[in-house]
Design a protein around this ligand. Structure first.
Ligand SMILES: [Zn+2]
Length: 442
């Protein structure tokens, strides 16, 4: 390359910062790293997402990674800090592949939440978002794929969390999602300042802009439909979608395509999208194609329920409910069909406003759609990790993986509600981020 573009500048500045930080913490970049703390976490049961349910498991954690998993206490190295969670069942840290972490709003303010989002300056929005981030961790979610934010607030938040300045789930972010002209982000509200692209050349440019800005994944809105609007008219044509998919893949990035309706879904799947978000009424040929290609389906059923429960606080106009209820049941029906046809799912909540903490309710819908609790758990662990391209370090409890765990009270393999309601303790990258083990009324 003749001219190092912004992509390289971002990379270089990140590298320099990381080097600087490591020099500051060790005194010199030449010195060997300080010895890492070793923790031994004991669980009554452990579902490792690799096909094994352990009894009396001990997980040895060194620094931010898992060193070993064993079933006897003798494996505990001398000097290790022992954390006894033998009353609980452990799962890998859960992954929510469709969030809007920056779009957190307060429920106590008199202003409708929809308006708060556009009224808050970006710095305020990111600062408030720490509350949603904490609730997300409390739900057992230690990693998210964030699919749409304004003004690169998602990149700022991801980096603050990675630097330890903010407590929250590990974030993989997309910057601006691609929109066509005249698809307002919300009718009457300001469209996003970036992300608008019409035609193949503009699509290529906007995809490259997101990657240059530091996006981990690309998001494209291939149909109308959001909030209380459940129309699913296709917005981008096949050529535009294909251009976005190929441009993302060329940079080693995955792409998530939003389509409420079947037309955008069909073209997204045949263009080779990595995941299809929301889609309802997907035709049989497209469902078969998804099963064949291994395209992940992220139906986001539960966010419709959230809108119906909270529409007044959000500020939707009365009268949308019938359409959203009908959409929700078609969404569930489509999920049932897709599961039966062998399509792979990943859990995405589409969490926004005050929904943070309800991220895993989606798993309840998956069980309603015909999955066993264990199949549902795979959508938030191994499947989600694969969709992120992180299947070798996230989504399972095994040596070398990040030390991300959730301890729940009860048996999640016989009742998925245990995951939704009984999270007691959460570890992310070797650090305890949630501990409610002392608070339990018995
Ligand atoms: Zn979304």
């Amino acid at each position: 390359m003749k001219r190092p573009g912004p992509f390289f500048r971002v990379f270089l500045s990140t590298f320099t910062l990381a080097t600087l930080l490591s020099m500051l913490s060790t005194g010199s970049a030449q010195e060997k790293p300080p010895s890492k703390t070793i923790k031994a976490v004991r669980f009554g049961k452990l579902w490792d997402a690799k096909g094994k349910l352990w009894t009396n498991a001990t997980v040895i954690v060194e620094g931010e990674r898992i060193k070993a998993v064993a079933s006897d206490a003798a494996a505990i190295p001398a000097g290790a800090e022992v954390i006894d969670l033998s009353k609980y069942t452990a799962l890998p840290g859960l992954i929510d592949v469709h969030t809007h972490m920056t779009m957190y709003t307060e429920e106590t303010m008199s202003e409708p939440m929809l308006k708060q989002l556009t009224a808050n300056p970006p710095a305020v929005e990111v600062f408030l978002a720490r509350k949603g981030a904490m609730r997300t961790l409390e739900a057992g979610v230690t990693t998210v794929r964030d699919l749409g934010a304004d003004q690169y607030m998602d990149i700022a938040m991801r980096d603050l969390i990675n630097r330890g300045e903010m407590i929250g789930p590990r974030m993989f972010v997309c910057g601006y999602g691609l929109y066509i002209t005249n698809t307002p982000y919300k009718l009457g509200l300001n469209p996003p300042a970036g992300g608008i692209a019409d035609g193949v050349p503009e699509v290529l440019k906007v995809v490259r802009q997101q990657i240059a800005a530091g996006a981990d994944v690309i998001k494209m809105y291939a149909s109308t439909g959001t909030d209380d609007d459940v129309t699913g008219f296709q917005t981008y044509n096949f050529e535009e979608i294909k251009a976005a998919v190929d441009a993302a893949h060329k940079f080693g990035k995955k792409i998530a395509i939003h389509s409420y309706g079947p037309d955008g879904a069909r073209d997204a799947v045949r263009a080779g999208t990595d995941s299809l978000e929301h889609a309802t009424d997907i035709d049989d040929a497209t469902i078969a194609e998804m099963a064949k290609r291994g395209t992940f389906y992220v139906p986001t059923i539960d966010h419709n329920r959230y809108y119906l429960d909270n529409w007044q606080k959000i500020g939707y106009a009365n009268g949308f409910q019938e359409k959203t209820k009908a959409f929700l049941s078609r969404n569930l029906e489509t999920a049932r069909k897709a599961h039966k046809a062998g399509v792979r799912f990943a859990m995405g909540s589409d969490v926004i406003y005050t929904m943070f903490g309800e991220n895993t309710r989606e798993l309840g819908w998956f069980v309603k759609a015909g999955m066993t609790p264990e199949q549902a758990l795979h959508t938030a662990t191994t499947n989600a990790a694969e969709l992120l391209g992180k299947e070798k370090e996230l989504g399972a409890v095994a040596p070398g993986f990040f030390a991300d765990f959730v301890a729940v009270e009860g048996d999640p393999l016989s009742d998925i509600n245990v995951v939704l309601k009984n999270v007691r303790w959460v570890m992310k990258a070797g650090g305890v981020v949630v501990d409610k083990t002392q608070l339990q009324p018995h």
